[in-house]
Structures are given as C-alpha cells and as structure tokens.
Design a binder for this molecule. Structure first.
Ligand SMILES: NC(=O)c1ccc[n+]([C@@H]2O[C@H](COP(=O)([O-])OP(=O)(O)OC[C@H]3O[C@@H](n4cnc5c(N)ncnc54)[C@H](O)[C@@H]3O)[C@@H](O)[C@H]2O)c1
Ligand SMILES: [Zn+2]
Length: 392
C-alpha cells in the first residue's frame, strides 16, 4: 500500500536593490535604512544580550582589490556605524583576496565562516560584503550556509557585479577545478550599489559591464537598446550619467527576469540571460582570462547575432546596428581565440553546465529572441568568418 502526501511550499522573497553614491558617507541613510527597528527580544542573538535590545550584530568583508583603490574603506565602515548606531560591528572588518582567487579554493569561504563564528552572528544578524562578483559569490556562500543562512547585504563594487553578478540569487565557489561547482540559491537581504566605488576600477573593467547591458537589451528591451545606441559615444567615454543609467536598467532587467521568468532557481535548462555566453566562456578559458568576461561576452553576442542573421532569424538592419554599437562602445567583436574555437565541444560544455537539454537563445529582432536546441556548425563557422573579415 502506497500513500503520497503532496507537499507544496511557496516562499516569498522581497529585497531592495538600491542605487546610490558614497553609501558610506555618514549622512547617506541608504545603508542604515536597511536595518529594521529593533524589537525587544531578551537575549536574542540579533540584539545585544546585555540590554535585551540593542543594535543588530554585523560583520563586514572587503575585497582586497577594492581596498587597494580605497585604503580607508575599513575605517569608513567603522565610522559609518559609529555615526549610525543601527548595527554594531562585533568583529574587525575582514579583507579577503579579490577576483577569481576568492572562489578558486575554500579559503575565503572558510575565513568568512570564521568571521561569522567570531562575530557570533545568528540568522537575524547581518553580513555586509563589499566587493566584486567573485568575493560576493564566495562570501555569500558562507553567509547562506552558516546557520543555514545569515542576512547578507551585498555591496557590489564592479560594473559587472552591479549590473549582473551581484543582484541575483546565486552564490558559489569553484570546486574539483570546476567553476561554480559548489554553491546554492539564496536571495540576499539587500543589495546596495554605490556608483562611487566604480571610480576605483580601471577603464577596461568599467567598460566590461556594457557588454551585459547590450546583451540583455538585445534579448529583452528594444527601448533600452535604442538608448544605449543613442548614448554610445558618451558610454565609450564612460561618462557617469549614461554609464549609471545603463547599470541601473541592466540590473533591473536581470531582476525582472529572475522575478517573472518563471524559473528563479534554475530548475529547467533554459537560460536566456546566457545569450552569447557559450562562446564567451570558451574564449575566457582558452585565453586563461586574458580576455575579460565583458570583452568575451561582446564577441559572443556579435557571433550569435551574426549566426541569428545567417539562419534567417535576424533582419540585416538589426544586425548592422549590433555590429555598430559594439565597436562604438570600445569592444572588438573579434579575437584569435574565436579562430580556434571548437564550437561543438564548447556548446556541449555549455549544455552540461546548464544541465539537461541544450537551449540557446537567438535573436529574431532587437529585444526579441527564440530558443533553439541544435546548431548548424557550418553556419557558425561562416559567422566566425564574417567577424574575422570585418574586425580582425
Ligand atoms: N552569482 C551570480 O549570479 C553571478 C553572475 C555572474 C557572474 N558571477 C561571478 O562573478 C565573478 C566575476 O565578478 P566581477 O566581474 O565582479 O569581477 P571580480 O570579482 O573577479 O573582480 C575583478 C577585480 O577587480 C577588483 N575590484 C573589485 N572592485 C574593485 C573596485 N571598485 N576598484 C578596484 N578594484 C576592484 C577585484 O579585487 C578583482 O581583482 C565570476 O566569478 C563569476 O562567476 C556570479
Ligand atoms: Zn555574463
């Protein structure tokens, strides 16, 4: 005799994604405003045990690459919470290695766990993490797993992290030499994007976010694409106003997709946000990271756009606009790694990464896409040749 009880659980997540400047200036209330007013809970570990109610417990993690550009950041965090006593730092601010090193092994994950333990954070306490996508991923994984989850406040500090990596619901570290092998889905408590942090980045890193902006505009929002196109010369100069608008809209579209795309925790195989990414991942790997993610995505987007045209999906006019905006933004839609790209292997590894069947987004217009499950590799070679001829 078999009996099945069908269990259904719906969990709602709400979190703010805030855009501001100089978030750690004492008079900027965006960060302080995230902490709920304290309610008396004698001995509750989110509060000061002595008083029964006091400031929330907090620990902070900083990306050391970011710290190199802003050496006073640790002191600024301490000063902010002295001036705004909504939370109290219960351990010294921890600096961790930035960039892919943060995820390459478990050392940053472990040191953030040590910090959470030392600071005696509980599920009602806060971990503030300021850094690039790699530090956010590793520290976020520690926050998500310690006590099965302490409250994570992310402050993404790269353009790519502000418009993509830092606003989503995923955390991960690399393991068994495989990217993002170990991780989990865990929405943050809040995301605070401080545009002033981007001033610490080199020009190339500030530009990198524009590739994701073009990508998401192409698959989702023709109006945004038109705006990027109109602003392209100002964007190439990395002017604050247009750059910040592009980050905000790109982040907003990523957030909208996660909220309304029907699969926030990626149970299925379809990943439209990975448009142009199958070849980008392969080129990043083949060049050992010499080609940055944004630069590789710009090439991948160009390649899949040309391919979309060759298969009869994308009108020539639209393709012309795409092949115009990318170089105008300062990207080169070509790299020698494209010449040696083994497309069938790269596609298969992309499919394996997503799990299940292959789904690849192609464009049917600006802001419109379809999904396909197979690739005509001869046509893909033709697309490579077209980019070589025009941009090599
Ligand atoms: N969780 C997700 O949904 C998601 C999505 C996309 C990408 N990612 C991950 O994000 C990572 C890439 O993140 P990224 O592009 O932000 O780069 P990154 O984290 O690798 O940082 C790049 C470099 O910039 C430095 N840095 C960071 N902020 C700085 C600042 N303001 N001034 C000066 N230097 C600064 C870092 O120390 C590092 O050396 C990858 O590991 C990728 O897998 C995660
Ligand atoms: Zn990307």
């Amino acid at each position: 005799m078999t009996r099945t009880i069908h269990q259904t659980i719906a969990v709602r997540y709400d979190f703010p994604v805030i855009f501001t400047r100089d978030a750690l200036a004492p008079q900027n209330s965006a960060l302080a405003g995230l902490f709920p007013p304290c309610t008396p809970a004698p001995g509750g570990c989110g509060t000061s045990p002595q008083q029964g109610c006091g400031p929330h417990r907090l620990a902070a993690v900083l990306d050391d690459g970011l710290l190199a550009s802003f050496p006073d950041l640790g002191a600024r965090i301490e000063g902010y919470f002295r001036h705004n006593p909504v939370a109290s730092l219960t351990a010294p601010v921890l600096a961790v290695p930035g960039g892919e090193r943060a995820k390459a092994d478990l050392s940053v994950f472990q040191s953030v766990l040590d910090l959470i333990f030392e600071a005696r954070l509980c599920r009602q306490s806060y971990l503030l993490v300021i850094g690039g996508g790699a530090v956010l991923d590793a520290a976020g994984f520690a926050a998500a797993t310690a006590h099965r989850g302490v409250r994570l406040i992310r402050m993404p500090s790269t353009a790519l992290a502000q418009n993509d990596a830092g606003v989503g619901v995923k955390n991960a570290v690399n393991f068994f030499g495989r990217k993002n092998f170990l991780g989990c889905f865990a929405p943050p408590f809040a995301v605070l994007n401080d545009f002033a942090l981007l001033d610490g980045l080199e020009e190339r890193e500030r530009r990198a976010g524009l590739a994701e902006a073009v990508k998401i505009a192409l698959i989702k929002d023709a109006v945004f694409f038109d705006r990027l196109f109109a602003d392209r010369h100002a964007l190439k100069r990395l002017e604050h106003g247009p750059l910040e608008h592009s980050i905000e809209r790109c982040a907003e579209l990523h957030l909208e997709h996660i909220a309304t795309g029907g699969d926030p925790f990626e149970f299925g195989s379809s990943r439209p946000l990975d448009f142009g990414h199958w070849s980008a991942h392969a080129m990043e790997e083949a060049t050992n990271g010499a080609l940055g993610h944004g630069e590789a995505v710009a090439i991948g987007v160009a390649l899949d756009s040309v391919y979309s045209h060759l298969t009869g999906l994308l009108p020539a006019d639209d393709l012309a606009h795409i092949l115009e905006i990318l170089p105008d933004l300062g990207f080169t839609p070509w790299h020698a790694a494209l010449e040696t790209l083994d497309a069938p292997t790269a596609i298969e590894s992309f499919r394996e990464h997503l799990g299940g069947r292959l789904f690849l987004s192609l464009l049917t217009g600006i802001g419109a896409r379809v999904e396909v499950s197979s690739i005509d590799f001869a046509k893909m070679q033709e697309a490579v040749a077209i980019l070589r001829e025009r941009f090599a």
